[in-house]
Design a binder for this molecule. Sequence first.
Ligand code: MD6
Ligand code: FE
Length: 206
Amino acid sequence: MTAITLAPGLTYHPDYLDRLAQQRLLDAVRDVTRAAPLFSPRMPRTGKPFSVRMTNCGRLGWVSDIDGYRYQPTHPETGQPWPVMPDQVLKAWQDLSGYPQPPDACLINFYEPSARMGLHQDRDEEEFEAPVVSLSLGETGLFRYGSLDRKDPTRSIKLKSGDAIVFGGPSRLIFHGIDRILPGTSDLLPQGGRLNLTLRKVRQAL
Ligand code: MD6
Ligand code: FE
């Protein structure tokens, strides 16, 4: 399996999932969204909706609303616990994280062709020793990453269906975002768009 080091702790695994594995993961994501429908998170304070819709699986899920960002054990609209993490997701964590304990949370982001995600850091977790493992499905996303200072120069990489990227060690808290989705780059999702799954260890002991 190829692993390309983009920066210390930042590893890119092109074609981590073959087409069959992508389809299986997509089926598992559809099962999750049936039980835990995609919701539109809102920006803290302003209440402005994100262009990305989200759901989660695992013991904890990441949510954002007018009160702020946080992890919580239930869906913000249904009030139900998040669905369990599919085996394919746990397997990816075992393959790629190098971390001894299973993840607590898997955030699923769905991008319509026009959606994007601004430059941010993933820092709502209590455990920064564990990496974040990210899996992409569907149309290619133009992913931008920088360093620990928002003002530092950035680079871009295309994340295509089946690619994985791991943010660990000195790159765990780097700034990153999705500038845009490149239309027509995958037929995995019949209606187009892109899915991204990010797997995280949120709490040291839960
Ligand atoms: C995305 N990814 O690829 C958004 N965060 O759609 C992330 O925000 C992300 O890919 C932390 C680590 C890896 C990621
Ligand atoms: Fe992120």
